[in-house]
Design a protein around this ligand. Structure first.
Ligand code: 13P
Ligand code: SF4
Length: 340
């Protein structure tokens, strides 16, 4: 029997969400509108032996209504590897769906977004990587998971925001080319210096349009009002923001930091979806400041999920050329090798 939820129960879960735009806030009436769709998705999902993986940035009604697994890119790639379902609905962005398909060639992977880009993944293609490899011979090419399958296929090791520093430290080659995120590349250089690790690190120039918005002025402003606030940022923020932060890590690590930190006020410098999750999961801790929306992640909706379960279009299917898939698989496997 598929699980069902009532509007009252959904409202009890979501009513603590405050930070962020009005789209992130929930009344009982809004929950009454959402619940029929949630219950229908859960029934269809069970009929089809499908599983829904959701990134923390998507809407709370997806996370708390229909998702089977929620997490950061690293955790979701592990979940994608472990699932026994026939069908994976990846509620996030295209590169995450591609990662699931790379790891599960025998499964059907569907993406419900209407805007499936990402300013990092869209910034570089396979030809550009091939040219860079000619320009930087002898370098190990490390790609962030926020890249397309064809870009991963041209690189040596994949990393996520949860493991980039540890993986790069373990690579025996001292010459590293990191792509595509400039901010993460610069943060990587700073972190290797802090750890006393000698590496010659070059990086590409792309940015995440959500995280590049944050600056130290916002931090100073919030700190003047809340002197005990903990500043928590994602490594896609610039090095100045990260240097003023009490903690820098993946969205999953940011959540763990908030769970364990001995503090009651936090400024989370990342997308609003994570802030919403934190407000649901830690109602006794307070989020201050604001957050920013990622239009790509927010183009996931319950309506789109139901539609791709019932009538997927070619745009919703993740289909990869087998040679590209195998090469990209090697790059992701290297990450698992380094992370154990
Ligand atoms: P995480 O892997 O930290 O969840 O990051 C994904 C992402 O797209 C951040 O903008
Ligand atoms: Fe890409 Fe930035 Fe959106 Fe993450 S928040 S999916 S990096 S555009």
């Amino acid at each position: 029997m598929a699980k069902t939820i009532t509007a009252q129960k959904l409202y009890e879960t979501l009513h603590t969400i405050r930070v962020g735009a009005a789209v992130c806030q929930y009344s009982l009436k809004k929950c009454e509108e959402l619940v029929p769709l949630i219950n229908e998705i859960n029934a269809v999902k069970e009929e089809q032996n499908a599983v829904i993986l959701a990134h923390s940035y998507v809407a709370p009604e997806i996370i708390y209504g229909v998702a089977d697994f929620v997490g950061d890119s690293y955790v979701l790639s592990k979940n994608a590897m472990d699932t026994t379902a026939n069908k994976i609905i990846f509620s996030a962005v295209r590169f995450m769906g591609e990662t699931a398909q790379i790891l599960n060639p025998e499964k059907e992977v569907l993406i419900p977004t209407t805007e499936d880009g990402c300013t990092l993944a869209d910034a570089i293609n396979a030809n550009q990587v091939r040219e860079l490899r000619q320009q930087f011979p002898g370098y190990t090419f490390v790609c962030y998971i926020n890249t397309t399958a064809e870009v991963k296929a041209e690189c040596d090791v994949c990393v996520t925001s949860a493991n980039v520093h540890d993986v790069v430290q373990k690579i025996s080659n001292n010459k590293i080319y990191f792509l595509p995120d400039k901010m993460m590349g610069q943060n990587l250089i700073e972190e290797m210096k802090r750890r006393g690790v000698q590496k010659d690190i070059k990086h590409f120039t792309a940015t995440c349009y959500v995280h590049e918005e944050y600056d130290e002025e916002q931090i100073f402003k919030v700190k003047s009002e809340y002197p005990n606030v903990k500043i928590v940022s994602h490594p896609e923020c610039n090095t100045t923001v990260c240097s003023h932060s009490d903690f820098v890590g993946s969205t999953g690590q940011m959540l763990d930091y908030m769970r364990t930190a001995d503090a009651s006020e936090f400024l989370m410098l990342t997308e609003c979806g994570l802030s919403s999750r934190l407000e649901v999961e830690f109602p006794d801790k307070k989020l201050v400041g604001s957050c920013t929306l990622c239009k790509y992640m927010k183009s996931n909706s319950l309506e789109n999920i139901l539609r791709v379960l019932r009538n997927p279009t070619d745009q919703n299917r993740v289909i990869l050329d087998e040679t590209t898939r195998q090469k990209a698989h090697k790059c992701i496997e290297m990450m698992f090798k380094y992370t154990g």
